[in-house]
Design a protein around this ligand. Structure first.
Ligand code: ARG
Ligand code: GLU
Length: 721
């Protein structure tokens, strides 16, 4: 028994697992880890075709779009595709009531018409390299965590400095496998990115939040941008003299479409997964943290909807905020259900029982792994209550927009109280605030925010009682207003300068040092500071104490899991670095008695059509194209217009906009979502239910060409018929 038994058990398990396509792999390591399997599944390319630093490779066509999405270059003039929901912020910012690009779409008919987007960046990964040894230089096993971290930090900054000396690149050092490995990433960051095209929201967001995370899906989730560079083809700040960037590589686009069983892979920047947590971590996420967030967001969402459903201006103002809040809300519901259904916590527990036996029977007398399960239990037990408190606070009262705005004035308060601060520095800072005030109020509705404050106070003071620690300030507030939260919110909003653009702007206009009293005594500022202080003084010490323990245990546990299962291939948790996932086109069964096909068609859009419901309004032009079946070369073999498809690629937030490619590396579609039943894949992947959802590239091109009449953009692309 014991060792041998477990070794063979693991072998059997990993053999069974061979068909499961879990994983987000490091492109530079594919050769040794994944290539044979990828090729056996249908990849026709070599490792160097996918990733190389010496020659152009597919990686040169993949970009980090903004801070949290992926995009891909599709023409030799720097044209990039990403999701509509990734460009949403920009499309919204360029929209006005007269030019509502969100509603009507936007198509630049020439490069002159393309719209600049201040603040938007697009980054290419130039290279990555393993710097584990360099990072750990000087680190010894006997060091404290703090000493260790200090050395790592200073080594990292040295490495970054060397990597960017004499060039225009940016560098980043990131831990992988919880600090068992470190990699240096070098990026080229472009800052002049222009909006080229977007379909109307009826297409780009068809199905809206109702269909979000749901399969079958019919969302035309794409938007088009172009990278501009200086005359030397290098990144340059916006200038009308900039020229379209000449990329090292752009993707070819296949019109052949997908069939069940086809190999696909996804290249992109997945944000965050936590696949290797002990069971307590999974339990905490899905049974404590998610339910709190879900309950509180439900209330915020219903308040926003109650206003925006009746009023177009409010809809426009709150579109992005609503989508953001709803997106997390729905994902967490799916995640908690998914883990429960696959018995994720139990699976982890079972694994940990085996782990305890394995660690216990290690020949090394004192196994470094032996105490891990107990140490995790000891760390998580007191942490649960504090994590719940933090979640309650942040998702309730501290989510109120005016309170966040008020809190952002802390630096001004500090500056004004600092004896050595100059009037000039105060003036510079107030001017900065004055500018950000415009942006804040452009998309702000006082009544919505006020109702949210009333509801959040009630939730925290009444509902969280017993589940989360209560700051005394909130109990006082309760007494002052005799439990009437509506009155409380009205009164606080009435007396605060942060709920009125006029008042706060007037205050900032001729701001003098002594005016800081107005801010310090502002009731919303006071509440914001009290709660933030409470977090800092009472809650965070517990959170930080946990993080410290966790950060010291997890690297060991990660290493142990790898040692225990020598035949299993481990991918590092996602950390917003470039990865490749691969899998197959495949339908699935979301629940007993239901099977889902792997693709959807335009017919489904017509079936979902409902002129009364905002999410399901169909554009007249799209309808007429449907009735005339005018799909041109974008139709499938049977003459249908396919809209979306699903596959088993393991993806997460950040993979939005990622290219989904065939065995030849040609673009088949744009990843934009996951099936609801599979959103637990951030914690645990279930090959039966985890599917990524992609927009069929043929539908995207059809919209550009036939719907929008912007065929000149398709002409720029390399199309494989
Ligand atoms: N669920 C997708 C993602 O996580 C799409 C989100 C945007 N769409 C929406 N209806 N909110 O980003
Ligand atoms: N929509 C997500 C994103 O913005 C991708 C969906 C997912 O979480 O897999 O990255």
């Amino acid at each position: 028994m014991t060792r041998l038994f477990f070794a063979s058990l693991i072998l059997i398990l990993s053999a069974l697992n061979l068909q499961a396509k879990e994983g987000m792999w490091i492109p530079m390591l594919l050769e040794q880890k994944n290539l044979p399997e990828m090729q056996s599944m249908g990849l026709k390319l070599t490792a160097a075709d996918l990733y190389s630093v010496n020659q152009s490779s597919l990686k040169d066509a993949i970009v980090l779009f903004g801070g949290g999405c992926t995009g891909e270059v599709v023409s030799d003039q720097g044209l990039i595709l990403t999701n509509h929901h990734c460009g949403f912020g920009q499309i919204q910012a360029r929209s006005t009531i007269e030019h509502d690009y969100l509603k009507d779409g936007f198509w630049a008919m020439s490069q002159k018409e393309e719209l600049p987007n201040p603040g938007l960046t697009v980054s290419f990964l130039i290279s990555m390299s393993d710097v584990t040894n360099e990072i750990l230089k000087g680190v010894t096993p006997s060091m404290s965590m703090k000493e260790r971290n200090d050395i790592i930090r200073s080594n990292a900054s040295e490495i970054r400095k060397m990597a960017t000396e004499g060039n225009h690149y940016e560098a980043q050092v990131r831990p992988f496998y919880y600090g068992n490995e470190y990699y240096l990433m070098i990026y080229e960051v472009f800052t002049d990115i222009r909006l080229v095209g977007t379909p109307p929201s009826n297409i780009g967001k068809f199905g809206g939040d109702t269909d979000n995370w749901i399969w079958p899906r019919h969302t035309g989730d794409f938007s088009i941008f172009r990278i501009y560079a200086g005359k030397d083809n290098k990144p340059a700040p916006y200038s009308k003299d900039n020229v379209p960037f000449k990329p090292r590589r752009h993707l070819s686009i296949s019109l052949k479409g997908v069939q069940a069983g086809d190999f696909t892979f996804v290249y992109g920047f997945p944000g965050r997964t936590e696949e290797y947590l002990p069971f307590q971590g999974v339990d905490l996420a899905v049974n404590i943290v998610n339910p709190i967030r879900i309950a509180l967001r439900e209330i915020r969402l219903s308040i926003i909807s109650s206003y925006s459903e009746k009023n177009d201006t409010m809809r426009l103002k709150y579109a992005a905020k609503h989508a953001g809040i709803a997106n997390g809300w729905k994902k967490w519901i799916g995640e908690s259900r998914g883990i429960k259904r696959m018995k994720g916590v139990e699976i982890k527990k079972e694994f940990e029982n085996k782990f305890a036996q394995w660690a216990g029977v290690d020949e090394v007398a004192q196994s470094p792994f032996q105490g891990l399960p107990a140490a995790f239990e000891e760390a998580y037990t007191p942490y649960k209550k504090w994590k719940a408190t933090e979640t309650w606070l942040n998702e309730s009262v501290l989510s109120v927009e005016a309170i966040r705005l008020a809190r952002s004035f802390t630096p001004l308060v500090s500056l004004c109280s600092a004896k050595d601060s100059t009037d000039l520095s105060i003036k510079t800072l107030t001017q900065k605030y004055a500018r950000s005030i415009d942006g804040f109020f452009k998309n702000y509705e006082m009544r919505i925010d006020r109702d949210i404050l009333a509801a959040m106070l009630e939730m925290y003071i009444i509902k969280a009682n017993g589940n989360a620690e209560q700051p005394t300030e909130l109990s006082e507030l309760y007494r002052t207003y005799k439990g009437n939260f509506k009155n409380a919110a009205e009164d606080l909003f009435e007396k605060s300068v942060f709920t009125s653009k006029k008042e706060i702007s007037a205050l900032l206009e001729n701001f003098r040092r002594k005016d800081i009293k107005r801010i310090k005594n502002d009731p919303l500022y006071k509440l914001a500071i009290q709660l933030t202080e409470y977090n800092k003084r009472i809650v965070y010490p517990h959170i930080i104490a946990f993080d410290r323990k966790f950060d010291s245990l997890m690297p060991i546990y990660m290493k142990a899991q790898m040692e225990m299962q020598p035949d299993k291939k481990f991918f590092p948790d996602a950390n917003s670095t470039l990865r490749i996932s691969y899998g197959k086109i495949d339908g699935y069964s979301p629940e007993d008695g239901v099977t889902c096909n792997y693709y959807t068609t335009l017919k489904g859009i017509m079936e979902k059509e409902n002129p009364e419901v905002y999410d399901y309004v169909v554009e007249p032009k799209l309808k007429s194209l449907f009735f005339s079946k005018d799909y041109g070369r974008y139709a499938d073999a049977s003459g249908e217009m396919r809209t979306c498809f699903i596959a088993t690629n393991h993806t997460t937030g950040g993979n939005s906009g990622s290219p989904v490619m065939n065995g030849e590396g040609q673009l088949l579609g744009l990843n934009f979502d996951r099936c609801w039943e599979g959103t637990m894949s951030d914690l645990m992947y279930d090959p039966d239910r985890c599917r990524n959802i992609s927009l069929d590239i043929r539908y995207c091109l059809f919209i550009i060409d036939k719907f929008a009449g912007a065929g000149h953009l398709v002409d720029e692309m390399t199309i494989i018929e």
